[in-house]
Design a protein around this ligand. Structure first.
Ligand code: FAD
Length: 442
């Protein structure tokens, strides 16, 4: 009997646990695991920002190193390549005699274009590409409505899925990975090399950051263990989630979720276990509620395609906004007239993270106070954020800009009032009051 071999392309699913696409690959006798660092994600966007800045670059490399260690522990090897997936993957399939390629499905235009190119070149070498859902809490096939009927209001969507959909069981991580004889792991590129290729440098560590984030599935598990089981902060999440300072006001799961170091199903299953063993309350409910927001923006991206990235997104009748560069640069650097906005923007540039409360305020300020096109702000977020996710980023930006799914599209945050409510003692603004940044961003 001949040996069946599958090439598994790790994308934003940098984990072994609860990985449906990998589970599909493991149905064949042998698997060839590969990660591709696609240079397109380190290119400059139309606004002049390198898409992946230093913090996320480091997080991705750490996540790949952690994945490689886990694969080697299970007896396998991981190929790590740089370049274009549509060129690299078919040639690996030929080299290793793989007939099928498996990968996690993505849903936004840039990623779908790459998928289409890969499907084409894989077919040219006689192979088949299979795109398998794994990003969301609810499998798209389990939604109680067709994609084009996803409600334009989150609450309507949430109520329907809570009533009619079930989260599928997690898939256990494989204990053994069978790779072809002779397959040996590649080195993970060094951070310095990756940054040098795009003319970037790593900012110095800043102890004011909420967490010393480190990429990888083992770090994600450690964070979950701390937040749920050791500190039991999950039990008070709803009371603390609008915080601004410190590690535990919210889960901080977003960077690991964005890169697939942990699955939303694994997080939800641990919430349910916590509810059974410790306590169930409005905080435990609310963490899953937020994961449903994450799903919602992904399904909205699937429903509307490239529209969510357009200036007027879902509201063609909305007003045009400009690209006032000096005001935009001041916003990026934390040099506006608003101290609360400035503090948040400095935290973002110095650490790659900003609280949800901060993000809502700085986004509202850029669009509604400075009158600037939301896409510039979203581009800066894409460059900076550890947790950048195309659907969550664009979905939240258009929501705040009043051109997305906010049922009250003219809502504007009063940033001074917000500062009084959420930073009444000024602790957060004091923390980030120093060092107006001189950013060196290409
Ligand atoms: C303008 C703007 C841009 C944003 N860009 C991103 C982005 O690129 N990537 C990203 O993951 N989140 C984004 N968010 C959503 C949110 O701010 C972050 O997910 C959250 O702050 C991460 O912190 P946490 O993990 O501690 O969240 P928690 O409060 O602990 O929530 C748990 C998880 O729920 C999900 N979640 C919570 N709130 C949201 C939300 N509003 N939208 C989508 N998912 C949510 C996240 O996966 C998060 O990790 C953005 C919000 C705004 C207002």
């Amino acid at each position: 009997m001949s040996t069946s071999r599958t090439l598994h392309w790790f994308r934003n699913d940098l984990r072994l646990d609860d990985n449906p696409a990998l589970a599909e690959a493991l149905r064949s006798n042998e698997v060839v695991p590969v990660v591709v660092l696609d240079d397109r994600f380190w290119s400059e966007d139309r606004w002049g920002h390198v898409k992946t800045g230093p913090f996320r670059t480091r997080f991705v490399l750490e996540s790949i190193a952690d994945l490689k260690a886990a694969i080697e522990d299970a007896g396998g090897s991981l190929l790590v390549r740089q370049g274009r997936p549509e060129e690299i993957l078919p040639s690996l399939m030929e080299q290793w005699g793989c007939t099928t390629l498996t990968a996690q499905a993505e849903h936004t235009p840039e990623e779908l274009d790459i998928e289409a190119a890969v499907a084409r070149t894989v077919q040219e070498v006689g192979g088949t590409a299979r795109w398998i859902e794994g990003h969301t809490l609810f499998h798209p096939d389990d939604l109680p409505m067709d994609l084009d009927a996803i409600p334009d209001i989150f609450t309507q969507f949430r109520k329907k899925v809570e009533k009619h959909s079930e989260v599928r069981e997690c898939i256990a991580a494989p204990t053994a990975l069978s790779c072809p004889d002779g397959l040996t792991s590649d080195d993970v590129p060094s951070l310095n090399d990756m940054l040098a290729q795009t003319g970037q440098t790593m900012p110095p560590a800043d102890s004011r950051g909420v967490l010393p984030f480190k990429g990888g599935a083992s770090e994600a598990r450690a964070r979950l263990k701390h937040y749920f089981w050791d500190s039991k902060k999950l039990a008070v999440y709803k009371k603390t989630r609008n915080g601004l300072v410190g590690a535990d006001y919210s889960s901080k799961f977003s960077p690991w979720l964005a890169h697939g170091c942990i699955s939303p199903r694994r997080i939800a299953s641990e919430v349910y276990r916590f509810e059974d063993n410790v306590e169930a309350n409005d905080s435990t409910y609310w963490l899953v509620f937020e994961l449903i927001w994450r799903d919602y923006f992904r399904f909205i991206a699937m429903k509307f395609g490239s529209r969510i990235f357009h200036r007027k997104a879902l509201k063609p009748e909305s007003a045009n906004r400009g690209t006032q560069r000096p005001a935009f640069e001041a916003w990026k650097e934390g040099r506006t007239k608003d101290a609360f906005v400035n503090a948040n923007m400095r935290e973002l540039a110095r650490t790659g993270f900003m609280s949800n409360r901060g993000r809502q305020n700085v986004a509202s300020y850029l669009v509604h106070d400075l009158g600037i096109d939301w896409r510039l702000g979203a581009s800066w977020f894409e460059h900076c954020l550890l947790d950048y996710d195309p659907a969550s980023n664009a979905g939240n930006w258009i929501y705040v800009a009043g051109v997305g799914n906010d049922p009250r599209p003219n809502r504007k945050f009063n940033t001074q009032r917000q500062a009084e409510m959420y930073d009444g003692d000024g602790k957060y603004q004091t923390l980030w009051s120093t060092d107006a940044l001189e950013l060196d961003v290409r």
